[in-house]
Each structure stands twice: as C-alpha cells, then as structure tokens.
Design a protein around this ligand. Structure first.
Ligand code: ADP
Ligand code: MG
Length: 778
C-alpha cells in the first residue's frame, strides 16, 4: 500500500550536507508490523515524518495506495495526515490543557465528525487501549505508560490505515514497554504499523519485519516486498476546523493560565478604560452644556423690537475706524457716531406680524407680542373704586387725576407667551406657582415674583395696594383682587367742544355693561435658579387680553375722533404723525406690536426661526428690513465646538495606550506561539491546516480582546462613580460622567478587532511553522 521510490531528503546547514534520506527504496504491505532499527541520527525520524506527510521529501516518490504524492498540494497532505495516518511519539505529545477525551477526539474534530460519533469512537479507542476507567482524568493525573496509551487511542480514533510510531517505548520502563508493544502488535493485525526503535530485542520480539537503517539508507530488510500498486484508490477526505473548535482549544488553554490572562487583559484594557472615561466625561459635559443651552435659549428669545441696532453695520463702522492712524491734517469733521449710524427702525407692519405668526409651530411654540395698548383699569380700594395701572416703576402721578394720560393709560406689566396651540406651556415650564394657580383665560392675570419670592413694590402700589409691613404680603389678599377693565366709550366722555375727558364716576364705570373683570389668579416665581426669569416682576398677562381690549376699543368714539384729527383729542396738543400713531396705539386703535419675542426650545429650532426671519428680508430695501436680536446665538456654538476639540485631543492620548496594548498583545501571542509549538506540531500531525492553526491563535486573541474590552468597559463604568463624586464636589454638577452604552459596545468591538489584528501576525507565524521542526522542539 505504501511505496517509497528513490526518496531523498538532505539537510543543508552551513557547509555541511546531512543526507537524512539517501535514495530510500522500500514497499510496505497493507498489514504488517515493521520495525526500523538504526543508530541515533541515522534518519529514522525523518523517514517517518516524510511517510506521515509531516515533512516533504526533496526528490523521489512516495506512492500511497497507487497514488503518487508528487503533485500533492498542502491540503492533500493535511487530509492524508488526518484520514490515513496516525502518529505515536516518544514523548506522547498529549495536549496538557485538554482532558483525555478531548485529546482523543481532536483529530475527529478536525475532520468534522459529529459530537456523538466522536465521543463514541473516542470511548471505543480508549477502551481498546485499556483506559476505560480513566476517561475523565486530566493528562497530569496519568503515568507515562497511560499517556502513551492515550496517544495510541488518539492515533486510532480516526481508524488510520497507517500507524507511525517514533520510539514509542523510549521513555517507558521495561514492563510498560512490553505492554505497549503488545498493544501495537495487536493493532498491526488490521493495518500497516511502522515503528522506529533503537531496541533490537523489542523489534525481534514483536515485529514481523525488521529494516536496518544507517546514514539515510536501508542496510537490510528482513522481509522485502516487491509489489507496487498502480490502481489509484486513494481519496482522503479534506479536513476543516470550525471556529468553535478553535475557540474551545484556546479557551481551555487560557483557563490553564488564568492569572497571566487576567493580568494581560487588565493591562491591555487600560486603553479602553481611558477612552471610555474620556467619552463618558465629554458625553456628560456635552449633556450639561446642552441643558445649560436649553435654559439659556428659553432665557433669550429671538426679539424683534421697534428700535434695534444693526450689529453688522456697527461692526463694519467700528472696524473701519479701528486700524486707522491719526489724520494728517487738523480739520475737524462732523460725523454720525457708529452706534447711532447702526440704529435701525424696524417696520413691524401687520404683514410682518402675519409673517411671524406663520412660523412653523414646531419651531416656535411660544410667541409673545407686546403692545403699548393702554388698559383703563379700576380697583376697589377701601370700598371705593379708583384708577390703577400695571406699571412697575414708581408712578406718583397715580393719585393726580389731573394727569389724564397717566391715570387712564394702564400700560405696563409684562406679556407672557401663549403656546401657539393654545396651552400655556411657557408658564408651566418656566414658572412655579407660589400661591393660587396658573392662568387659563385671557382675563386671568398673575403676579410675577423674582427668585427670592419678592414682588415689585411699585407694581403693587400702582395697583392700589398699601402696606404697613413691606416685607410680608398676604397672598390671599392679592388673590381675592378683582380689577375692572373699562371700555373707552364708558371711560371717556365727549364734551361739546369735541374734546374727550375721563369719566370720574368710577362706581358707575365699574358697573357699566361693557366693563370686564380681571382676576389675579396666581403668584408665580421663576423656576430657574440662575436668573430672575424672563418676565419683569409685577403683573403679567397674555396678549389675548390685549387683543380683547383692542377689539373692545378699536371702534370707540375717542379712537374714531383721534384717527381723523392731528390734535390730541384729550389735551388739544398738536401731534406729529409718530406721536399720533403712538397715541392711537395707546388708545387701542392700532394693532401694531411694539415688540415680538419668539421662544425656541432648541438650537435647531432657533436656527430654523432665524433663517425663516432672514427670508423675510430677502430682496427688501434696507429701510424695510426687520432686524432681530439673538443674544444666545454666538455663545453656545463656541462651547460646543470647544468640547468636541477637547474630546478629540483626549481620545487621541487615550488611543496611544490602546496602541501600546496592541503591541503587548502581539508579544503575548508570540510568546504563546512559542509555548505552544509542540501543540501546533500535534495539531498538524492530526491534519490541521495552516488556516486552522491561525484560527487557534486568532481565537485566543479574540478571547483576550473581548475580555480586555469588557473588563475595560466595566472598570471605566465603575470609575464614573468616583469621577462623578469628585466632579460633584468641585462643580456641584451631578452625573457628569455617563458611559453611553453604544460607545461601550463600539469600544469592545474595537478592542476585539485591534487585539485580533495585533495577534494575527504571530498567529500566521505559528501556522507557517514546519510540523516536523515543531515536533522536534522541546
Ligand atoms: P534519528 O531519528 O534516526 O535519530 P533524524 O531523522 O532525527 O535521525 O535525523 C537525521 C539527520 O538529519 C541527523 O543528522 C539530524 O541532525 C539531521 N536533521 C534532522 N532534522 C534536521 C533539520 N531540521 N535541520 C538540519 N538537520 C536536521
Ligand atoms: Mg529520531
């Protein structure tokens, strides 16, 4: 079944050539027990390795079952070793980190035998070699003779046609040697056994045929065979190791050196830990910044006022002057100062108001329109009605009914935005109820306190409240307050001269049919502890109330009269057009707001709002453009960019430690390759392909990488707790360091990939190792 023809194998070391095989010609039968005798160094192992496909011959031919191996590819040799040949070595070569059963099944695992069959066959083989009762022991618990029996069982498990034994009893005592020889002789009944030995007694006692070998040549052959098969009946099945097998092999190997593996993982996880911490911190800081931004944004609405300054124009004016040297002459010139030059009057026309109201409701949920429309307000003080205002500044003229304008025009108070779908989310979001409740209707007004719970004293005085004890205020007294809002037609009486004077019969006005009743329903305080809030202290109402008043008064007699006259119908003063417009607005005859405030909820929304407002100005002349103010704008975008930059730098530093750990993993894998050289040899002898060997080490680095990644993430996560405690002490910010689960997963994946990459080169080196050399190593 096996024919060796002119087989040669020379080793060239320096100038000397060793002829390990020097024209070997021999034929072997299907069933016989051949012993090869020879002195040390005569080439016996080389012959066996060449026959077994662990080593290649230089020239000649090796014919297996009639098939020449001259054109064999790597994978054919792999399959041949796995299916056709079984090896037994002098030093057993049992893989110490696998248990006995796994050692025996390894070859079958490589050839893809299913688990049940594998176990059955392994048990049969172990029973046959007499180890039935030792199946579950570890290699370290067996004697030399027993280990050799395991090796024989491993060689037998795939039922090979050829059994190759290289000095199988060389390390055993005489009695054990006899037992093993008897076992091998028994196995030779149904296969070809070629055994190398330097013990002529044993050879004579057991072998059917003795070949004497010397200097790479056959000296004598006790029972030569002449037949050479020429039919090709050799078809070994190709082998393939699954990644699961590789993982198991590596895992059991790693388990045997737990301490070292843990330290390796710990060291190589440092990179992951530092990147994890940096990401957790920057993540938290970013969230903190975002939160502050959101607060800042609701603090600073996009504001459109009647008079504003064009900051671009101001900038360019200022820049023009900044870099100039002194003039050469002493001439003095007159020039508008840049601030004044940059002053811009916004034309807040009804069309513009309509345009603003068409902003996408998802971008601007809250819009507040402030009108200078006056309210004719009365309040019962000590049983008698008297005029009041919502003004927040000291207003001594309140008691002087001669000053008609001040008495009648209750301008003041602040306007809070109403959610554009009708709900008052703005107040609920930004204000906390100190007493009473949030307003629900247009005629319900609230009193705004600052963050120290203080209410503007002048606002209260202007509304007719008097105080003995300034400090303490009875909320019930305020919440019971009812204020009468009188229509122009009741409030102003037309004189025969055509002039109007305020009606002073307040009791009667309070009962007039058109008079509305306003109720103070709540006292609110800002919920933002960092500022005094958006609304000025004092009374606040929604623009719905203003609109109702305008509805009530737009066609009143005084408005009609004032519209058709350029003389103040109250005071007879001559009015220019601006003054007239102002007076008409105050009287409720003009619907132009003095200020529009648009409250976004996020950066994006604000960007949408400002670009929407910019669109209005497109193609308009400078005088017609409307310029808005966006205070929050510039600050926040800078902080965001800065945070990103810092994160990149820190991640960069942390990445250096990751590279260090990859190099370390490469070294560790390399060490492991050196340590496991014998194992690589055994795997090859059992038919493992180069790929399979690579896989075994890739599997090991996968476990290491995954382990160090997970370890790193766990440690980084644990470190966020002390980090947060320290940050809390330093900054009063809570939960700054937050490890994003997505980042954690990505980092584990990166760790695994990088570790596998780092270990892959040593793994490839391992795969390339010559099996014969690997098995000769100690
Ligand atoms: P034996 O098994 O009979 O003791 P070997 O087959 O191991 O002999 O070795 C035969 C000869 O080939 C010896 O001289 C040995 O030094 C040499 N040899 C074996 N392997 C190598 C090698 N990889 N490189 C160089 N010389 C080798
Ligand atoms: Mg030898």
């Amino acid at each position: 079944m096996l024919n060796l023809q002119h087989l040669k194998k020379y080793y060239q070391v320096g100038d000397t050539t060793t002829k390990a095989l020097d024209d070997v010609n021999v034929n072997f039968r299907d069933r016989e027990f051949v012993a090869i005798l020879g002195t040390s160094g005569s080439g016996k192992t080389t012959l066996l390795n060449v026959i077994g496909g662990l080593d290649r011959y230089d020239s000649g031919n090796l014919i297996i079952n009639g098939k020449s191996t001259q054109n064999f590819q790597e994978q054919d040799w792999d399959a041949y070793r796995n299916n056709t040949v079984g090896f037994i070595f002098q030093d057993y070569n049992i893989i110490s980190h696998l248990n006995i059963l796994d050692n025996v099944t390894l070859g079958m695992t490589l050839s893809g035998v299913d688990a049940a069959t594998k176990k059955k066959r392994a048990q049969e083989a172990l029973t046959r070699v007499g180890l039935k009762n030792h199946i579950h022991k570890k290699p370290s618990q067996l004697s030399g003779g027993q280990l050799q029996r395991v090796a024989i069982a491993r060689a037998l498990a795939n039922d090979p046609q050829i059994l190759l034994a290289d000095e199988p009893t060389g390390a055993l005592d005489t009695n054990t040697s006899q037992e093993i020889m008897a076992l091998i002789k028994e196995l030779a009944q149904d296969r070809l056994v070629i055994m190398v030995t330097h013990n002529p007694q044993l050879a004579k006692q057991y072998a059917d045929r003795i070949i004497n070998f010397s200097d790479g040549k056959i000296l004598t052959d006790s029972n030569p065979e002449q037949t050479v098969l020429d039919s090709e009946s050799f078809h070994p099945r190709r082998t393939k190791m699954s990644f699961a097998t590789a993982l198991k092999l590596s895992f059991t190997n790693i388990i045997t050196k737990k301490g070292r593996t843990f330290l390796t993982m710990l060291a190589s996880s440092i990179g992951i830990i530092s990147i994890g911490i940096v990401l957790a911190l920057s993540n938290g800081f970013q969230k903190q910044i975002d939160k502050t931004q959101a607060e800042a944004l609701s603090q600073f609405p996009v504001t459109i006022s009647q008079v504003t300054s064009d900051s671009k124009q101001y900038q360019s004016e200022a820049n023009q002057n900044s870099n100039k040297s002194f003039p050469k002459n002493n001439r003095v010139i007159a020039k508008v100062n840049p601030v004044n030059a940059a002053q811009h009057f916004n034309q807040i026309t009804p069309a513009y108001v309509r345009y603003v109201n068409q902003i996408n409701a998802t971008d601007a949920r809250n819009i507040a329109l402030t009108y200078t429309t006056g309210f004719n307000l009365l309040r019962q003080v000590h049983g008698k009605y008297r005029p009041i205002t919502f003004a927040v500044s000291r207003n001594d003229t309140i008691n002087n009914s001669q000053n008609l304008m001040s008495a009648s025009v209750g301008v003041g108070g602040s306007v809070y935005p109403v959610n554009r779908n009708g709900r008052q989310t703005f107040l609920r979001k930004n204000y906390h109820v100190l007493a009473g409740r949030y307003p629900q209707k247009a005629n319900e007004i609230v009193l705004i306190a600052n963050k120290q719970n203080a209410v503007n004293l002048d606002a209260l005085k202007n509304a007719g409240f008097t105080f003995q004890n300034k400090e303490k205020l009875d909320p019930d007294q305020i919440l019971k307050t009812k204020i009468k809002l009188v229509a122009n037609d009741d409030f102003y009486t037309k004189l025969p001269t055509g002039n109007f004077i305020p009606n002073q019969n307040y009791q009667q006005l309070a009962q007039a049919p058109k008079t509305k009743t306003l109720k103070v329903v709540g006292i609110l305080r800002t919920s933002n502890k960092n500022s005094d809030g958006l609304l000025a202290g004092g009374f606040a109402y929604s623009d719905h109330l203003t609109k109702e008043v305008m509805q009530l008064n737009k066609n009143s007699a005084i408005v009609q009269a004032q519209k058709s006259s350029s003389i103040n119908v109250l005071t007879n003063e001559q009015l220019n057009s601006e003054q007239k417009a102002l007076l008409l607005t105050t009287l409720g005859g003009r619907k132009t707001p003095s200020m529009i405030q648009i409250y976004p909820n996020s950066f994006d929304e604000k960007d949408h709002i400002t670009s929407y407002l910019d669109r209005y100005n497109r193609g308009k002349s400078k005088a017609q453009t409307v310029i808005y103010n966006d205070l929050a704008g510039n600050i926040t975008s800078i902080t965001g960019g800065l945070m990103n930059a810092i994160t990149y730098v820190l991640v960069g530093f942390a990445a250096i430690s990751l590279i260090t750990s990859i190099i370390m993993i490469a070294i560790i894998t390399y060490t492991s390759v050196i340590e496991r050289t014998k194992e690589i040899g055994v795997l090859k002898a059992l038919g493992a392909r180069k790929k399979d060997i690579t896989r075994v080490f890739d599997a090991e680095t996968t476990i290491l990488g995954l382990g160090s990644g997970i370890l790193g993430i766990v440690i980084a996560w644990l470190l966020t707790f002390p980090a947060n405690a320290i940050l809390y002490n330093l900054t009063n910010l809570t939960h700054v360091a937050q490890l994003n689960p997505l980042h954690a997963v990505i980092l584990v994946i990166i760790s695994t990939i990088l570790t596998v990459l780092g270990g892959h080169i040593p793994a490839r080196m391992a795969a390339k190792k010559n099996a014969a050399i690997a098995l000769r190593s100690e």
